[in-house]
Design a protein. Structure first.
Length: 358
């Protein structure tokens, strides 16, 4: 078995802590180490570090290698970000030469899992299904009418593999409005789409050929150059002409392979905003519901989140429901419930020419 860890994203929802040069996956916001490191350590007992292929954008290569430390995970560098279909296709080329029929786990690098053992158990069960040529996705049982996630609609009989439940995935659904999300919540036929997939290298490359012929043609050119001095130049040329397409849209919505959704109940969160982080870390609240670092103090203050990348003292007095993010060159103070809108600041700063802060 192998894993592909996708570490090339450049999210803006954790600004000003996250920047183009330091996206969310490289932040230490859920534990003492980065989300990227947590992802590696979570899957390594199942596959070993040497079988975890990290795919990263060139601008983040140095950070990635630094955070790897002594972990012997191979790194594949993309010349530019072209979304998840190209990322997965590139890694599958490399893995096909090693073991084209071994299951491959595709994992985002910026998620939180409360129960790593349960997560690995679900992956192991999905791997058994992938041996048959199926494409498997881990669906998360929804707990609220979430409008920020895509959904997977399932149908047919509930079946079991290694004591895990799975069903046929009927379709992938885009992020819904609230009324639709409420309907999905009550239907019992919809999972949250966590963007976690399991298949063999042979299966996914066959499906890319079937569903995304332009990407397949580019990957064939890269494949021909693998192991030669011309590899870097071929990769650069191919990526320059690729569309940015997600694997969900490019393959999952069109695949002819058996598409299965295995239920995952292991405490998953994509930590999509400062508010999501606040709600996730209830175990660290003080008596007034504040989530504070050691060098912050609060008096008559409730339900606030403070994140600091500086040593200075942060003091809160008589305030509620705030997120305060302190970095050496930018300070954010916002209503916690508006934290999804933080991404508007990098957009504003780019328009005004202050790109050094994005």
């Amino acid at each position: 078995m192998f894993a592909i860890v996708m570490a090339g994203g450049s999210g803006t929802r954790f600004w000003p802590a996250s920047r183009e040069h330091l996206p969310k996956q490289f932040l230490s916001i859920a534990s003492q180490q980065s989300l990227f490191e947590d992802t590696l350590d979570r899957v390594s007992p199942l596959v070993g570090y040497e079988r975890i292929y990290v795919v990263v954008n060139r601008v983040h290569e140095a950070t990635t290698r630094r955070l790897l430390g002594g972990r012997p995970a191979p790194v594949l560098v993309e010349p530019a970000g072209r979304n998840t279909a190209a990322c997965i296709g590139l890694a599958a080329l490399h893995l096909r030469r090693l073991a084209e029929n071994d299951p491959v786990f595709v994992l985002p690098s910026d998620h939180f899992i409360a129960n790593p053992y349960g997560f690995r158990r679900a992956l192991a069960a999905a791997a058994e299904l992938a041996y048959s040529g199926a494409v498997v996705t881990l669906g998360i049982t929804p707990t609220r009418p979430e409008t920020g996630y895509g959904y997977i609609e399932v149908g047919g009989e509930i079946e079991r593999v290694q004591d895990e439940w799975y069903q046929k995935a009927e379709r992938f659904v885009e992020k819904p409005d609230r009324a639709t999300a409420l309907r999905y919540l009550s239907s019992g036929r919809h999972f949250w789409n966590a963007g976690i997939f399991i298949f063999t290298a042979r299966t996914i490359l066959t499906e890319i050929e079937r569903c995304m012929p332009a990407l397949h043609e580019g990957l064939c050119r890269v494949d021909a150059a693998l192991g030669t001095p011309g590899y870097a130049a071929a990769l650069e040329e191919v990526y320059d002409g690729l569309e940015s397409v997600s694997i969900d849209y490019g393959v999952m919505e069109k695949t002819g392979a058996p598409l299965l959704a295995l239920r995952g109940d292991f405490g998953w969160s994509d930590i999509g905003s400062w508010q999501a982080l606040y709600e996730l870390r209830r175990d660290r609240y003080d008596e007034q519901g504040n989530l504070l670092p050691e060098h912050a103090v609060a008096v008559d203050a409730r339900h606030n989140l403070v994140h600091s990348a500086t040593p200075r003292l942060i003091a809160l007095l008589g305030v509620e429901n705030l997120v305060v993010v302190d970095t050496p060159d930018a300070l954010l103070v916002a209503n916690l419930s508006h934290s999804q809108d933080v991404k508007r600041f990098p957009e504003l700063l780019r328009r005004t020419g202050r790109t050094e802060l994005t």
